[in-house]
Design a protein around this ligand. Structure first.
Ligand code: NDP
Length: 285
């Protein structure tokens, strides 16, 4: 079997057109969805992510603001800015780009964001709402993973989903969202003994680790759906996932490439969340 590709780039492109159309409609009602991004320090990777997020906002007609600080900023100053943005009616989504410098407590900053404007979906209130199956702002990467699975012809109910990785931003919420869709979910992590014994049972395998080639064809059940969240650099400096793509594609039924898989979906779901946050303000009026 050679797997069909789940083309994240193409799915993202279509979804962004949908977002742009909805932004247009909102603008006719005098609401321009607005995203504020706070960037602290001079991390080059963060700078690139932020630039891509802003570009995506502009392309869909949204308003976006970049607020930059030196890495000497204090927690109090940052909280003051977040509080201002919480109260700013032109801003519907607030995102603090992580990682933050060590002297700033990331959890404290996330909790300072109003849950209604938490477009990263990291606030404990939104995580709690997700856990209890309520409609809320979902963490962008796992949200994107679910949207990619929704594009293929597979009923998640009753499927065994194995998640490799248990971070708060990817692995854990990805498992929770699949559980909400009636999958049977197994989490694996760095302390899991005999990883293969679990991954080989997966109807849906999500790799969210950050280790190139961790998942090889002998980790996979014939016909599995394989979603590769990992973003790594191989020896030649090329972007690659956690999955040994060339061999795994011969066994899987569907597979996501890296690049062009989950990556483009993450920013797209950020746009969806910002749009949703903006629409929610209309419903409140
Ligand atoms: P973290 O480093 O926070 O988490 C990695 C997880 O992998 C941990 O739970 C860790 O276990 C587990 N792990 C580490 N080694 C092994 C192993 N040998 N076997 C099984 N599990 C292992 O990473 P993130 O969740 O933030 O990101 C994961 C990957 O996804 C990274 O490559 C990141 O760059 C990428 N990413 C991609 C995004 C996209 O848009 N495409 C967005 C976000 C992330 P333990 O908990 O025990 O330490």
């Amino acid at each position: 079997m050679t797997a069909k590709l789940i083309n994240g780039k193409e799915i993202a492109r279509k979804k962004r057109i949908q977002v742009a159309n909805e932004v247009k409609k909102l603008k006719e009602m005098n609401v321009t969805p607005g995203l504020a991004v706070i960037l602290v320090g001079d991390n080059q990777a963060s700078r690139t992510y932020v630039r891509n997020k802003q570009k995506a906002c502009h392309e869909t007609g949204m308003h976006s603001e970049l607020i930059e600080y030196e890495d000497t900023i204090t927690e109090q100053e940052l909280i003051k800015k977040i509080t201002e943005l919480n109260e700013d009616p032109s801003i519907h989504g607030i995102l603090v780009q992580l990682p933050l410098p060590k002297h700033i407590n990331e959890i404290k900053m996330i909790e300072a964001i109003s849950p209604e404007k938490d477009v990263d979906g990291f606030h404990p209130i939104n995580i709690g709402r997700m856990m209890t199956g309520q409609d809320t702002l979902l963490p962008c990467t796992p949200y994107g993973v679910l949207e990619m699975i929704a594009e293929i012809d597979i009923d998640i109910t009753g499927k065994h989903a194995v998640i490799v990785g248990r971070s708060n931003i990817v692995g854990k919420p990805a498992g929770q969202l699949l559980l909400n869709k009636n999958a049977t979910v197994t989490y694996c992590h760095s302390k899991t003994k005999d990883l293969k014994a679990y991954t080989k049972q997966a109807d849906i395998l999500i790799a969210a680790v950050g280790k190139a080639n961790l998942i090889t064809s002998d980790h996979i059940k014939e016909g599995a759906v394989v979603i590769d969240v990992g973003m790594n650099r191989n020896e030649e400096g090329k972007l690659c996932g956690d999955v040994a793509f060339d061999e795994v594609k011969e066994k899987a039924s569907y597979i996501t490439p890296v690049p062009g898989g989950v990556g483009p979906m993450t920013i797209t779901m950020l746009l969806f969340n910002t749009l949703k946050a903006a629409k929610n303000t209309l419903n409140k009026e």
